[in-house]
Each structure stands twice: as C-alpha cells, then as structure tokens.
Design a protein around this ligand. Sequence first.
Ligand code: BES
Ligand code: ZN
Ligand code: ZN
Length: 510
Amino acid sequence: MREIIDVEIKASKTALSKCRTDVLAVGHFSDSKGLDKISGELNRKLDGAIELLIKLGDFKGKEGTSTVVYGNDGIRAERVLLVGLGEKKKATVDTVRKAAANAAKRSVTLKVKTLSLALHRAFGGRFDLGATARAMAEGVCFGSYRYDEFVTESENGRLDSLKVELIDSESARIRKLNEGLRRGIIIGQAQSYARTLTNRPGNIINPAALAAEAKKLARGSENLSCMVFDEKQLAAKGMGGVLAVGSGSQNKPRFIVLKYSAADKAAGRRPTVGLVGKAITFDSGGISIKPSAKMEEMKLDKTGGIAVLGTMKAVAELGLSVNVYGIIPSAENLPSGTSYRPGDIITTFSGKTVEVQNTDAEGRMILCDALSYAVKQNCDIIIDIATLTGACRIALGKYMAGLMGNDEKLVKQLQRAAAETGEKVWPMPSGDEYAEEMKSRIADLKNIGGKWGGACTAAAFLRQFVGEKKWAHLDIAGVELFEKATEYTTEGSSGFGVRLLTSYLMNLAK
Ligand code: BES
Ligand code: ZN
Ligand code: ZN
C-alpha cells in the first residue's frame, strides 16, 4: 500500500535567480499596484512575462488561484508559479498556509520533485516569522496530501516525495524560519496521518484496528503510553454507553486511553488536559437506521477520535510541556439482533441512566462515558471533539465547527487557536434551557431533545457528565469532510482539529 507523500522542507539563503527548482512559487496580492520586490526581480529575468500576464488580466492575484509561467535562461527555475494572495489588508498567516497548500497541490499534480517557496515581503514585518514558516509547512503538507493507498491501477499516479525549500535572501532569518518549519511539518504530518486513518473505510478500520493504531503510535514515542479496554473490561468498569452502542456489531467496541507525560517538571504546574474524541468507525444509525443516500460518509464518524490521535502524535513529537490524556471511545453502530434499541435504559459509567430514544444519537452515548473517565483521571480541562450532529452542519455549514463550553477563558483560548490555525470555530450555547430538554421521565436523561437546536441539546447532554471541570465541546460534523476537492486539497477527510488542538496545547505549554 502507498504511504502518504514524504515531504521534506527547509529554509535556505538562496538568490531568486540562482534557485534551481522545478517550481518556484511566489505570492501576489490582488490589490497590489505593480509587482513587489520578488516578482519584480523575476519579471525582469523573464523579460516582462509576469507583468504581461497580469496586464492581460490572465492572473489577478485572487485567493485560491495560481498560474504557471515557464522559466528561461535568465533563471534556474523550470517554472514560476504565481500564487494569488487576495487583498493585502485581509492577509493573515492563513493566507500563507493556503498559498503554500495551493502550490504544493499543483506541484504534486505536475509530478515535480522540488518546490521552492519565496515568502512575500509583506508577511515578514506583519506576522511572527516562526508562525509564518510554521503555517507554510502545514500548508505544504495539507496541499500535497493524497489518499490513494488502495488505488492499484491509476494512470495519474504521483511521486512518493516532494522536496520543498523556503528561500530567503537574509541569512539572519533562516534560523527562525527553520524553527517554524520544524514545528509546521510535525503538525502537518500529524494532520495527514489523521486524514489517512479517517479516510480508511469501515471494513479496514474497526474499533480494534483503531486501538492497534493507537498502540503503534505509543510504541514509537517515549512519552506516550497507551491503554486499551476491550469489551470485557468495559463491562467490568460499567461503561454502559460504549457497550450499548457497540452491541450490534461483531466488531466489538474499544476504549482507548493515550497518555502523554511531558519530560520536564514545569508541566506539573500546568493544568492536565483531557482530549476526548468520538470514534464511531461506521455510523449506520443502528436500529434507528439512516437513509441510504450518502451513508458512506459515515465512515468519517471516527474523525473526532482520530483528531485526538493525531494531536497526541504532534504533542509527543513537539515535546510540549503539558500533560495530556487522549481518550477515544470507539464502537461501530450497526443494526442487528444484538443491537441496543430505542426505549432501552442504559446505565452509564457515571452512574447516570439514559433512556435511548434514537440509536442514531450514539455519539453522546459513548462520549458520556469518556467524559466521566476524564473527570475520574482528574483532568483539569476537558475538550471533546466529535462529528456529533447533523444540526451543527445545518447551522454553520462547512466552514466552521460549533464551539460550546462552560468556561469563558477556555472558549477564548480555543478561539485564539482557531485564528492561528485557520481551523475556524463559532460559539454556540448549551446551557440550562437546552439541558431541560434532555431530561427523561423514566431515567435521568434521554438521548435526544426536541426538534430544534440539535447541536445545542447534544452539547447540553454532554455537559451533564463533566461536573465542575472546565469543559469545551467541538462539533465538527460540518467541517470534517471536503465533499469536493478545493484549490488547496483533495476531497475526503479534512483532518480538522489536529492543528486547532495542537495550537491550543502549544499556547498552554508556553
Ligand atoms: N454521526 C452523526 C452526525 C453527523 C451527521 C455527522 C452528518 C456528520 C454528518 C450522528 O451520530 C447522528 O446521527 N446524529 C443525529 C442525532 C439525532 C438522532 C438526534 C442527527 O444529527 O441526525
Ligand atoms: Zn448517529
Ligand atoms: Zn454518529
């Protein structure tokens, strides 16, 4: 099977015209009058080709666009790729991330071996150099990503590796750039790892297979350990929620606990964070079965859990100074003679009882056990991430994840991480009114609320299981998937959450 593309990236002091490469990518703002220093210099070497292209209106510098200009004897690059940066006043580090993704995506399609990126001077002053370089590396990983491990007969293959170089004219900046790139590549590759695991279908990844991946990850890292509870241990612990959801499938549920212990003492003075991710390896809806159209998308119902896995990988490789639990309840939700039923009353790990009114509201049934487990492990801060509700997708569309929580500071910190990483979130409520709807007459809670505000009632259900702990919830049902390829990446899993959660933890560890 094919591995994900091997991306190597480093910064070096190289003059534009001396840069020997297959593709030399340079940015251009849509509202810039004339050419900037970098494209101006290239334009002179290319006998005015760039200027002409812009003058003719063939390239306008709009975000998400790019165009190839072929090299000549004046430069060593085979191609110059002009990448649109949009309006200058709207530029953020995410502009750099997206531009790099666009260039990397095109480079893989062109099957080139080397890509050189020149950072537009506008970013040098306005943003932290390290953060900018990090975004660039993340973008390169994002854009070069392909999911083709099961394609055996493709005519449009790709190369196995891409060598990327960030070229800069000032040697004083190289060290800072390389530091940022190093972090960016760790985060970017963790995201690609998450995307591959998520893209694998239900017949390849079931709960036991996911647990094996988590074990493998932990084996490769000194500071990570992994514990897996099988169905017998789940029964012994009284994890009724996970067991109920998993009861319809031959592929039995698992409860995965990763632990990252920072190497330094300073981490002990910081709060311990519990990341909790929903990993339904396939969600058919169970007895409350879903309609068949697009049901295949429900292989992505493990995204939250895998985002936690990817984040743990990044945290370990970055060696962050903060202690983190990665808690991943995993089950397959199928209808059968052994499935849990509508009407069943389940005793969860917390002791609270839940009346099941819809077996398709299974995410909250496994998450409640995991949240209680995080409380029991004494996590000071708990963040869960889940493809929880179609209602969230309807409310926010495909651009932002829903963000709920019981602690203003935590919500703000996640919003900050979202701004840094381009993985956007939008605040939503989950308070008492919503919780009221989740009360059952014959048990403590029921697993669905009324017709309206489904993302909020689902979050209000989860809130009941964190006690007094600081908690936030990310509903990623709308953002986990690209239905179609974009200018920045191919269709399928987006890997949403890895950059966001890692950034949050990096800020906490500072
Ligand atoms: N996994 C789904 C939510 C989902 C929907 C994720 C679309 C991604 C795209 C979840 O388990 C589910 O089925 N939720 C139900 C809840 C309802 C029964 C209260 C839903 O959203 O319809
Ligand atoms: Zn469901
Ligand atoms: Zn689900």
